[in-house]
Design a protein around this ligand. Sequence first.
Ligand code: C5P
Length: 238
Amino acid sequence: MIKGDLLYEGKAKRLYATENEDVLYVAYKDSATAFNGEKKAEIGGKGILNNKITTILFEQLKKYGIESHFIEQISENEQLVKKVEIIPLEVVVRNIAAGSLSKRLGMAEGTPLKKPIVEFYFKDDDLGDPLLTNAHLELLEIASPVEIDTLQTMALEVNQVLRPIFSDIGVTLVDFKLEFGKTTDGAILLADEISPDTCRLWDKETNKKLDKDVFRRNLGSLTEVYEIILSRLGGLSK
Ligand code: C5P
């Protein structure tokens, strides 16, 4: 597959065209950003770790019948994906209170939720990715009510698959963010990435943070904890 023109550069990835108009080339970058881009750093090796971890997780999800845009990993930091039009929503699933939920509702970090909850945020950097109510979702018409239902159902299914996968490697899946896209024929596919950049992952025994909070809160080496996740997922040899 030929790596063609750069189509888009985001905070963590670059997207390139290929000779097949339905396929894109994704290169994971070493950039780390937090707080809507206010905190930035280049962290050698991060792109490779997230590419490998995302590959393993999308492959696992596929085994359980959850399709994503992922086609194949083609190098240490690159993968091929199906071209989709990203729906500008960040779909967050939470099992345990942390981050913005703890702050918004005054719930102590680590409080288990009675059941997983799904939240929608408007993917818009200029607005700071605001949380959307159902009324806002209706007002904005980013997706139809049926599509919103589909996103919610798919997000909970992803949670059902990922929770035991992480639990089996001694990790609690606290929360995570998903993005979805639409193919040209209107099908909704899971897209973007699933990595310690987009999930909160705590060691089951020690509650040690094994995710991007290490960077957000200056808790130590990001690559060290991402490597723990990759190695526990059995992906170091990939
Ligand atoms: O900050 P907040 O608590 O709302 O984040 C919930 C989850 O979504 C966390 O796992 C975080 O890493 C992820 N997230 C993300 N990208 C964003 C916002 C949140 O991956 N822009």
